[in-house]
Design a binder for this molecule. Structure first.
Ligand code: NAD
Length: 355
């Protein structure tokens, strides 16, 4: 066996249907007394419900989280936390809300208790992001990793089927790339494989019935494992392309991930033959050669739009995005090559099968 380094993520996880009821107990365990509750404006009612549940333990609700954590929103939230004398943040929502909690923690060191309601996985990573003048800066700092995470699958029932599907494939992308990461290791690979299996099993059932209890539990379990993958090992070409599509072309995060994944995995099918065979098997297939078509078929079954063009990627986008990606590549098992990447993006733009 090759030697490797495994770094565990030091967070406490409380998992299961109706575990939101344990929130007060978990805040006590953190040694905190006054929680600032963060949500987006769309999830304000949920924030208020949580504030009510916490009673005197709630310092107040702050329902202003938005996508990509603009610096001015982060600063206003930091001021509110300090004005209210909060000693921890409860971030309840998707990656945008947890991102706001991280921006507060980065500045003040306040511990975060995260309650994820999508499958994006930010709660399991020490990665923060802040946007200033339309430029997103990201970094790693262990102080932004949530100390406690409550996964209550019941809170995901309200996530519409089509968003659940894309968000679940966003999680799947973390797991697929973890298998061929530069610093891949056997422990994280086990979690990646199990994550792919759990997501592939549960997402189709959620699309049929967004309140399917068993499927919601399994999807959130898969998303948790995928979040560990994202926080533990480096990501590769797929994430580089999606960061470019989000940053330069402003494409929606989860949808872009879902559409690009079959193409990016197909790009690596030879250079990462063994890891992608594991991924293919977890999807019910046979070999790395099938990985693109297996993921493409899953997207189709989930009713995800298959073409980047449908979410706003322009005709001259592939050449530009390929140039940007090749100018500052991430590690990838197959080197970044301008022309094949342009072809990959053009096929993704048109919604064609990876080839
Ligand atoms: P999001 O947090 O932006 O949520 C999208 C919308 O869905 C919001 O309006 C939200 O209120 C709503 N929503 C969330 N859960 C819901 C539910 N259960 N029911 C109904 N509505 C619900 O989306 P996201 O995909 O979770 O997060 C994307 C952001 O997270 C991006 O900015 C991305 O860069 C960031 N992210 C960061 C990391 C990291 O490690 N730092 C990891 C993954 C994603």
């Amino acid at each position: 066996m090759k030697s490797f380094v495994y770094q565990g993520t030091p967070s406490r996880v409380v998992f299961g249907t109706d575990t939101l009821a344990k929130l007060e107990e978990e805040i006590d365990l953190l040694g905190a007394r006054r929680a600032l509750i963060l949500t987006t404006p769309e999830q304000q009612a949920l924030g208020e419900r949580v504030a009510h549940l916490l009673g005197a333990r709630s310092a107040g609700a702050y329902p202003n989280a938005v996508m990509h954590v603009p610096l001015e929103v982060a600063q206003a939230a930091r001021e509110e936390a300090s004005r209210l004398g909060a000693d921890c943040c409860v971030a309840i929502g998707g990656g945008s809300t947890i991102g706001l909690g991280k921006a507060i923690a980065l500045d003040s060191g306040l511990p975060i208790l995260a309650i994820p309601t999508t499958y994006a996985g930010s709660e399991m990573t020490p990665i923060w992001g802040l946007t200033e003048n339309r430029l997103k800066k990201t970094g790693r700092d262990i102080c932004v990793l949530p100390k406690t995470v409550i996964y209550d699958p019941r809170l995901t029932y309200s996530l519409p089927a089509e968003i659940s599907a894309c968000s679940g494939m966003n999680a799947m992308a973390h797991a697929v790339e973890a298998l061929y990461a530069q610093d891949a290791n056997p422990i994280v690979s086990l979690m990646a494989e199990e994550s792919i299996r759990a997501l592939a099993q549960s997402l189709p059932a959620i699309v049929v019935n967004p309140s399917d209890e068993k499927a919601r539990e399994e999807a959130q379990y898969g998303a948790w494992l995928a979040g560990i993958c994202l926080g533990s090992v480096g990501m590769a070409i797929h994430h580089k392309l999606c960061h470019t599509l989000g940053g330069t072309f402003n494409l929606p995060h989860a949808q872009a991930h879902a559409i690009v994944l079959p193409h990016a995995a197909h790009y690596n099918r030879v250079a990462a033959g063994e890891p992608l065979t594991r991924a293919a098997k977890a999807l019910g297939g046979e070999s790395a050669e099938d990985i693109g078509s297996l993921l493409f078929a899953l997207n189709k079954r989930l009713g995800i739009p298959l073409a980047l063009e449908a979410i706003g990627f322009p005709a001259d986008g592939p050449a530009q995005a390929a140039r940007i990606a090749c100018a500052s590549p991430y590690y990838n098992p197959r080197p970044f090559e301008q022309e094949p990447i342009e072809t990959l993006l053009e096929r993704a733009r048109q919604g064609l099968l990876p080839a």
